[in-house]
Design a binder for this molecule. Structure first.
Ligand SMILES: [Zn+2]
Length: 104
């Protein structure tokens, strides 16, 4: 999917329609290593008894024969007036998302 470099959209901070810069956010997974859920999962992987849903070793997607190629996208708009960002909701999953070079 190709996106334009700039779009005219409603800015919730300025409360009017202004020009926005399109930004594609590369998602970063933040793992909280000491949270209860991850500690519990680590315990289960050790194979120490039955630990509910973590009792078995997880099977990777590759082993199951599932290959997901597309991804959900996180696209934000930056207002040219107040420089604040807000999310632009785009439905569906896409293989590749880029900002087109030939738009204004
Ligand atoms: Zn604004």
């Amino acid at each position: 999917m190709k996106l334009p470099r700039t779009v005219n959209k409603y800015c919730p901070f300025c409360k009017k329609t202004t020009q926005h810069k399109v930004i594609i956010v590369k998602t970063v997974k933040v793992r909280r290593g000491l949270s209860f859920g991850s500690r519990r999962a680590r315990e289960g992987k050790k194979g120490m008894g039955n630990k509910g849903k973590y009792s078995k070793r997880p099977i990777s997607q590759r082993k199951r024969g599932v290959f997901k190629v597309s991804k959900g996208v996180d696209i934000r708009l930056q207002c040219s007036v107040c420089n604040k960002q807000h999310i632009w909701v785009i439905d569906g999953r896409y293989k590749k998302v880029e900002i087109s070079m030939f738009s204004k």
